[in-house]
Design a protein around this ligand. Structure first.
Ligand code: SF4
Length: 463
């Protein structure tokens, strides 16, 4: 289901066709809309709308433009309304130094006050931030906002700002500007972990292309989802699942998403073999976040048995149309060589091409050459190298085995590339890595194909 996490359907622009607009959203697959009240009157009209429509929920707060209206009576009213069942968040609140409609000192005071209210009610925050990033972050930190989390609505920053927001544990709201020519948002959007974004329209504002200049409406969140899918090389369903899960976890407090031992992404079935790894890559979210990938909960506490892997894969395959089976994990599958081989043998009966994703340390881990065994099980092998030399490898991949790991991986690549398996070696375009030197090294190995992958941002606070 698609969710529009930011709309203002109570505004006069929708007076002529509000009900039809909500129907069009439902027809477009937008199952929930978070309508945002931002001043003395729209906190009432938002709540009325939410009460009238099952698919509409409310966020209520006082916008920085209206900070000058803040008084005890308004605070009391807001607190009363926040107790209502359909109110999920406090917002939009924040700072706007671009238009400076309320004095900055007052904006900051009202922002702090409302964060305190959100903490008191245990509700997440919808943040409005314009030309005030450093102050917004400082205040969120000082007031303890990470305890409730929230959404940075209409995010327009770069990678640095995105990393800071991720460090706070907030989600990033992506809307229509993603589709604009010359927008810098796509550069950030492709690097966001799939557990860190939600989609929004900000209707009636910021319509996506081709509706720029016209009124925006929640049904158009599908266009944003489509652009996001195109940029990240996944399907719209994958974006839908990711953004809905992120929304449900934050706004509805849902946490009972079942563990996924196998899951479908694009046209591949992935099998989550293990959470243990012999590396600790600086860009890996394995030990740093809760390991949701495109809405799938991959937080393995103990490794699945062979039977569990096979049963989970059977279930996924029965439910879709897939082109390959991939053994992977937030860890190194060859550390479970015996179980990996047993599960792969069972799943060969589907006749689908089989691929192994590995960090290439399998021979070192198993203290023997496992490539001939792998070649009997897998048609394809993808090896992540991520560095052109041992020094960079140690710095970026932080292997348990230290410097000698790099030579072992290069040796493994040589053996895999000269086997029957189609061998792809990848590197993330991480800023510290000389991608061209890595490419040269890989292309000097006969039979190895090189592929660059996009790295995803990890909060600097936790990397
Ligand atoms: S090799 Fe893969 S799973 Fe292991 S730490 Fe690196 S990115 Fe994470």
């Amino acid at each position: 289901m698609l969710i529009d996490t930011h709309a203002h359907l109570d505004m006069e622009q929708f007076d002529g066709d509000r009900r039809e607009t909500i129907s069009r959203a439902l027809e477009a697959g937008v199952g929930e809309i978070l309508n945002v009240g931002y001043d003395r009157s729209t906190i009432d009209s938002t709540l009325r709308l939410a009460d009238e429509h099952g698919s509409v929920w409310a966020a209520l707060g006082i916008h920085p433009h209206n900070a000058s209206d803040w008084d005890e009576a308004l605070e009391e009213k807001l607190k009363q309304l926040l107790m209502r069942r359909k109110v999920l968040a406090v917002g939009e609140i924040g700072l706007d130094y671009y238009r400076d409609i309320s004095p900055r000192e007052k904006q900051r005071e009202v922002f702090r006050r409302q964060i305190g209210i959100a903490l008191y009610f245990g509700k997440p925050i919808v943040v409005h931030c314009r030309d005030a990033f450093d102050d917004v972050i400082r205040i969120l930190h000082e007031e303890g906002a990470p305890e409730v989390g929230g959404i940075f609505h209409a995010f327009s920053g770069g990678e640095r700002e995105a990393e800071v927001v991720l460090g706070l544990g907030f989600l990033i709201g992506i809307g229509g500007p993603l589709t604009y020519k010359n927008s810098k948002l796509p550069e950030v959007a492709i690097r966001l972990p799939s557990s860190s974004f939600v989609l929004e329209t900000d209707s009636p504002y910021l319509p996506p292309e081709p509706y720029r200049g016209k009124r925006n409406e929640p049904a158009y969140v599908r266009i944003v989802a489509g652009k996001m899918a195109e940029l990240r090389g996944v399907s719209v369903e994958d974006i839908e699942r990711a953004s809905e899960t992120n929304y449900r976890r934050l706004l509805h407090g849902e946490e009972d998403f079942p563990l996924s031992i196998a899951y479908g992404l694009k046209r591949s079935v992935y099998i989550n073999v293990t959470a243990s790894c012999t590396n600790d890559c600086v860009f890996c979210s394995r030990l740093r976040t809760d390991n949701y990938l495109y809405g799938y909960n991959l937080s393995l506490i103990i490794d699945p048995t062979v039977e569990e892997m096979v049963a989970a894969a059977n279930e996924v395959i029965a439910d879709g149309d897939y082109e390959e089976i991939v053994f992977c994990g937030y860890g190194e599958p060859t550390a479970r060589m015996k179980d990996l081989a047993a599960a792969a043998r069972e799943l060969r009966s589907y006749g689908l091409p089989m691929r192994l994703n590995t960090n290439g340390q399998g021979n070192m881990i198993n203290r023997r050459d496992i490539v001939p065994e792998l070649a009997e099980l897998f048609e394809r092998i993808s090896i992540s190298l991520n560095a052109p030399d041992a020094g960079t490898y140690v710095m970026v991949c932080r292997p348990d085995a230290g410097e000698k790991a790099f030579a072992a991986v290069v040796d493994f690549i040589g053996r895999a590339a000269s086997s029957e398996m189609e061998c792809t070696v990848s590197a993330l375009d991480y800023p510290e890595v000389d991608i061209e030197a890595t490419r040269e090294l890989v292309e000097s190995i006969r039979g190895a194909r090189f592929r660059t992958r996009k790295y995803h941002l990890v909060s600097p606070a936790v990397s």
